[in-house]
Design a protein around this ligand. Sequence first.
Ligand SMILES: [Zn+2]
Length: 158
Amino acid sequence: MNWKWHLTIGLFAAIITTIILKIFLPFQINIYTLGVLALVSVVSPLIMDLDHGNGKLKDALTGLGLMLTIFALVAIQTNLILSPNKAFQLIVAGTFIVSLAHITPKLFKHRGFIHSITFALIYGLVISVLTKNIYIGIVALMACYSHLVLDKIPLKIT
Ligand SMILES: [Zn+2]
């Protein structure tokens, strides 16, 4: 399955999950959660193909990481409104994202552990902790899981 299909079906899964959570549970959505939801809904359906050496996500994450790092370096040089502390955090985050995109395909074989229910659950948990919002974690999990269904390995545990 190509990345466009993964993205389309994954976005669909994320929207359906958000609607169900909103109807049955106290899932509060403000402008901040909406922004985070949008980012999570785009990244989650593609994250599993990070184990694929030439995935679209690898290019996108490399670009994003480099942009963050360059922005922070320029901000320091030109005294833009960014404390040295914040700039340093951005450089660390940018470097981490680029490294993640390049190291993951070397550490994991394609359609190995990263293409599994266990990985989807861990990923959902990590997003819950990072966003301090269990509902966003559930949306991330479902969007990520849709990838396994489309790859026709919906019950792969590890
Ligand atoms: Zn895949």
